[in-house]
Design a protein around this ligand. Structure first.
Ligand code: ADP
Ligand code: ARG
Length: 344
């Protein structure tokens, strides 16, 4: 039995906004078949009152059993109502853009990732040590079948030299360790068991295993060729999907631990150098808002931008197709580069 949490006046999380007393009363004793509870769903947002969202699902069923809490959060973040149905479209022939920076002056690198989880397993917040290892085994055996450009090796975290790990993080290839939001959600349990990274020789195709989601499938390279990066990603996802069935819902698309990633589960980003616009953040933000883009720092979420380099990516992942999401990025980045060039 849990008590209604105390939210401080300064808490602006979507959890504190939508966990009303009546929603709490409705959900407090509910459990999913895999035994996920409201307490587990809200643990991170209660522990960290500076959360933006504050909730994590423990399994696919969490999104229906606790829908009175998840639905308004999903509506506010993605603009996706409870009557809508998510559609996917990865047909690259329908993407008319390619590289918004052909002169190679502004975009340092492009990265597109999707999150995936394996059907019928609990998500990372409530998975057991044994099940997590099983998930790792299944993922690694699927990845080892990949051919040509996608073929690579798996490096488990437990025996990775500290120096290698630090270098991979610094080079933007590997997840950081000890995220406090993930820890409180249970997503760092039994660390580093079952965690690791797979990558090809060039590190243009990478897969994170058992971080926030069971798979984060990543395609990245220097420069701004969004089309090439997307094509590699889609090819990889299709190959992996031949062997592994991903957790998916008719309404919400791909199921992820955090509701911000549902749907396409895709974040397409560029690292971009905008020295003039960085002195006019109002203008920069007005362009990114107009194109539904989010600004992050150079070391990923919860980091600061450095030396006028920003991580800019699609904000919407649910209720838009993959093609629409990369179009948002293409158009927004084109507009940013135009504004940067026009600034004196
Ligand atoms: P996620 O993308 O999985 O939501 P983060 O925002 O924490 O998670 O980013 C993960 C890592 O990817 C960070 O090191 C970040 O700097 C790096 N990254 C993101 N976008 C790019 C990019 N376009 N080029 C190079 N590295 C990137
Ligand atoms: N739980 C954190 C918060 O509410 C992060 C939410 C979005 N980011 C993510 N990696 N899922 O602020």
């Amino acid at each position: 039995m849990i008590d209604f949490p105390n939210f401080s006046e300064n808490s602006h999380s979507l959890l504190s906004k939508f966990l009303t007393k009546s929603v709490f009363e409705e959900l407090k004793n509910k459990k999913t078949t895999k035994n996920n509870s409201l307490q587990q769903v809200i643990a991170s947002g209660v522990a960290h009152q500076d959360s933006h969202i504050g909730v994590y699902a423990g399994d696919k069923e969490s999104y229906t059993i606790f829908s009175s809490l998840f639905d308004p959060i999903i509506k506010e973040y993605h603009g996706f109502s409870k009557h809508q149905k998510h559609n996917s479209n990865t047909d690259i022939t329908q993407f008319s853009g390619s590289n918004p920076d052909v002169e190679n002056k502004y975009i340092i690198s492009t990265r597109i990732r999707v999150a995936r989880n394996i059907a019928n397993y609990p998500l990372g917040t409530i998975i057991s040590n044994e099940e997590r290892k099983e998930v790792e085994k299944r993922i690694v055996s699927a990845l080892c079948e990949l051919k040509n450009e996608l073929s690579g090796s798996y490096y488990p975290l437990y025996n990775m030299p500290q120096k290698t790990q630090a270098q991979l993080i610094e080079d933007h290839f590997l997840f950081k360790e000890g995220d406090r939001f993930l820890s409180s959600a249970g997503l760092n349990n039994d660390w580093p068991n079952g965690r690791g990274i797979f990558h090809n020789k060039e590190k243009t195709f990478l897969v994170w295993v058992n971080e926030e989601d069971q798979l984060r499938i990543i395609s990245m390279q220097k420069g701004g060729n969004i089309k090439e990066v997307f094509a590699r990603l889609i090819k990889a996802v299709k190959e992996i999907e031949k062997v592994i069935t991903f957790s998916k819902s008719d309404r919400l698309g791909y199921i992820t631990s955090c509701p911000t990633n549902l749907g396409t589960a895709m974040r397409a980003s560029v690292h971009i150098f905008l020295p003039k616009l960085s002195a006019d953040m109002k203008k920069l933000k007005s362009i990114t808002n107009h194109h539904h883009l989010q600004i992050r720092g150079v070391n990923g979420e919860h980091s600061e931008s450095k030396n006028s380099v920003f991580d800019i990516s699609n904000q919407r992942r649910l209720g838009v197709t993959e093609i629409e999401a990369i179009n948002d990025l293409y158009k927004g980045i084109t507009a940013l580069i135009k504004a940067e060039k026009e600034k004196i």
